[in-house]
Structure formats: structure tokens, C-alpha cells
Design a protein around this ligand. Structure first.
Ligand SMILES: Nc1ncnc2c1ncn2[C@@H]1O[C@H](COP(=O)(O)OP(=O)(O)O)[C@@H](O)[C@H]1O
Ligand SMILES: [Mg+2]
Length: 367
């Protein structure tokens, strides 16, 4: 029996496809009652991790459990976990309603549930239309409806806002929040922090298959720091005045000063009081999007982490959130292949369960 907690537990999960380390020793927990964002650039291992959680591919190491059990051991898993993975496809000649009814039958769910979930995802008026004519956004909604058929406790969505228009994204945001507010579990992946920032409470950020941040989004936000870059006639005198007022000041290689957690007006006033002429001043604000890019961009540049590599605090960037939450930056990896689109994978019905990988590690068949 599963423990009924609705918790997803990922412990030491790794997956390599031949020489490619797609996922490396991931540890995180997804708690019920909130929306957890699983974020990272394309190719960072999100889909591979979700596929392992959903029992579609076997881990090279580690374990993932839902309600205390590996997916394969859940009975009638469609009633425990609803999932939508990338690039789902449907029988084009089937209507949305008939598509859902065939899944409902397989899951032993009453037929009426098909119409209920169609209404829930805003596709009520398209019930009798063939899915072959559906837009990408409509397909995303139908995939979500399929995942919801079994009234699951846990929802796992891979890049669900792909193909949705702004209205669809806003709708999805509201839906996920209200789903989680009923005490259920939501794990949702995205390569765009901006799209998720108003949806998620907790974030797990991955880069090159490794976790680079695991914590509250609020805590990550508090790591946003502003600083003022200033060129002064007498830098030494200005530093003394600024430090006297409690500011932390850094010397930049180009001769400018960086005044942390300040603004240009405050710095200008202090300079005037100290009688120091200023030649140039610039407010710099690190927003969440930049922070995300800095956390993950080693993947693309192949260069050092933006904050200069692991420091005494285990690699936390100097503007790291209070109390940490950062894992050491991912070591640079070679041999990473460009991201390959995954095969269709839509979960929601028992007959689709437990597809295993073939020799090259792919699960093969279309949903
Ligand atoms: N079946 C596969 N065979 C070989 N390499 C794969 C396979 N699936 C994923 N990869 C590789 O694993 C890495 C992570 O991919 P993926 O999990 O799809 O990332 P994301 O979902 O974050 O974009 C990429 O380098 C990708 O090319
Ligand atoms: Mg993916």
C-alpha cells in the first residue's frame, strides 16, 4: 500500500544515455499543497527526470517514489498521478470526448468524467471536434484533461505552457494554484522562469542534470541585489564615507566602485557631503530572470560559474539567499548532446504504464 501522502521523493537519481550524463545525483522532495517548479534550460535533464519519476525509463542509479512507492508499484496509477509529458499526440480522427472516454474505460472511471474534465480545462465546446484539427494549445488542454480523468492526487506536467497563448498561460496558472490549494501535489517543469514565477512556490533548478538551487522562490527573490556602479574623483574618500554610513563597497577592475544594496541618489548625496566629485553612476539590478540565467548558463558557455566558482560556502554566489539553498555549481561537462525532442508521452491511463526504454534508452511508442 502507498502512504497516501502525495509526496514525490527523488533520492540520488541519475541517468546516463551512453556517455551522456543526463541526470546526475538529484535529490529533492515535492510536497503536497503547493506548486513546485522544476526549472532549467533545454537539455538540463528535466524530461528525463520526470520520465524516471513516472516509471517510463529506469534510473541508472537512485530511486524516485510517489506516495512512498516507485511508480511501477502503484496500483491503478492513473488515479494517483496524472501526467503530461512533452509532445503528446492523439488519434486525429477521434473527437476529444471519445479520446477521453477510451481512457476513462481503461481506468474504470465513469464516462461522465470525460465531459467534466473537458469543462475543467475549458474545452467543453470542443467535445465533439476531432483532435486532428486541434491547435497546440488545445492539445495541451486535452492532455491535461486526460491527466485529470482519474482525479489524481499528484499532477506532473512537463513544459505545459508550450504552445499556450498568454490567456492560456494565465488560465493554467490559476488552475495549478487552485489544484494545489486543495492539498494536492503539483510538479511542473519549464525552461522559462519568467513564465513560472507567479505560479510556483518552491523551485528546483537544474543545470546539466545537476541541482543548482532547491528552495523557496521567495528566498531566491531575496537574493536579487541592486548595486550602484560609480566612478569617483577620489575613490578612497568615497569608500570611507560610504563605509561610515554602513554600505559594503567593492572595487571593480576598471577603477569604479560597486556599492551594494544602494541606489544612485543615496550614493550621490553621500558623495556630495564628503565633497567627492562623481563622473559616472549606474544603477544595476539583478532580476530573477538574470539570476536564473546566471545559475544555469554554465551549461551554454562552458565557462566558469558567474560568481567565480565554488567558494568557502560550498559554491553559493556572493548574492546567495540567506540560509543558503544553493548546491555547488555544476562542474562543466563535455560530450553533452543537443537536446533531442522526446517521443510522445502522455500519461493518464493504466494501459500506457511501465513502458520501458529500448536499447538507446528511449521509451519508443506514441501515446
Ligand atoms: N533517449 C535519449 N537518448 C540519448 N540522449 C538523451 C535521451 N533523452 C535525453 N537525452 C539527452 O539527455 C539530456 C537531457 O535531456 P532532457 O531530459 O530531455 O532535458 P530537458 O527536458 O531539460 O530539455 C540531453 O543532453 C538530451 O539530449
Ligand atoms: Mg524537456
Amino acid at each position: 500500500m502507498h502512504d497516501g501522502s502525495g509526496r514525490i521523493l527523488v533520492q540520488g537519481l541519475s541517468k546516463n544515455f551512453g556517455p551522456i550524463d543526463a541526470v546526475r545525483n538529484l535529490h529533492f522532495t515535492v510536497e503536497p499543497g503547493s506548486v513546485t517548479g522544476f526549472l532549467g534550460p533545454n537539455g538540463s535533464g528535466k524530461t528525463t527526470t520526470l520520465r524516471m519519476i513516472l516509471g517510463l525509463i529506469a534510473p541508472s542509479a537512485g530511486v524516485a517514489t510517489i506516495n512512498g512507492l516507485p511508480f511501477a508499484q502503484l496500483s491503478n496509477p492513473g488515479t494517483v498521478v496524472g501526467a503530461v509529458l512533452e509532445a503528446q499526440s492523439f488519434h486525429p480522427g477521434r473527437t476529444a470526448r471519445n479520446h477521453l472516454r477510451s481512457y476513462a474505460a481503461a481506468m474504470d472511471v465513469p464516462d461522465q468524467q470525460a465531459d467534466q474534465v473537458l469543462e475543467l480545462v475549458g474545452l467543453g465546446s470542443a467535445a465533439t471536434r476531432k483532435t486532428g484539427g486541434f491547435s497546440l494549445g488545445m492539445r495541451q488542454r486535452l492532455a491535461l484533461a486526460t491527466a485529470l480523468l482519474g482525479d489524481p492526487q499528484v499532477l506532473v506536467l512537463d513544459e505545459p505552457s508550450n504552445g499556450l497563448d498568454p490567456e492560456g498561460i494565465a488560465w493554467l496558472r490559476g488552475f495549478l494554484k487552485s489544484f494545489a490549494a486543495t492539498g494536492r501535489t503539483v510538479l511542473v517543469s519549464s525552461h522559462l522562469l519568467r513564465e513560472m514565477e507567479h505560479t510556483v512556490d518552491h523551485v528546483v533548478i537544474v543545470s546539466q542534470g545537476q541541482c543548482v538551487y532547491n528552495g523557496d522562490l521567495g528566498q531566491l527573490r531575496s537574493a536579487q541585489r541592486s548595486r550602484v556602479l560609480v566612478r569617483a574623483a577620489d575613490p578612497g574618500k568615497l569608500v570611507t564615507a560610504l563605509q561610515h554610513s554602513g554600505f559594503v563597497v567593492e572595487h571593480l577592475p576598471d577603477g569604479r566602485l560597486a556599492v551594494l544594496d544602494s541606489d544612485s541618489r543615496t550614493v550621490a548625496d553621500l558623495a556630495l557631503q564628503a565633497g567627492v566629485a562623481l563622473y559616472d553612476m549606474q544603477d544595476e539590478h539583478v532580476d530573477l530572470e538574470q539570476l536564473f540565467f546566471q545559475l544555469t548558463n554554465g551549461q551554454y558557455t562552458g565557462g566558469a560559474a558567474p560568481w567565480g566558482g565554488p567558494g568557502p560556502a560550498g559554491g553559493a554566489p556572493p548574492w546567495g539567499p540567506p540560509g543558503g539553498g544553493f548546491a555547488p555549481p555544476a562542474p562543466q561537462q563535455t560530450g553533452q548532446q543537443p537536446h533531442q525532442p522526446q517521443d510522445a508521452a502522455l500519461w493518464g491511463a493504466p494501459q500506457q504504464g511501465h513502458r520501458r526504454e529500448n536499447e538507446n534508452g528511449d521509451s519508443g511508442g506514441k501515446a
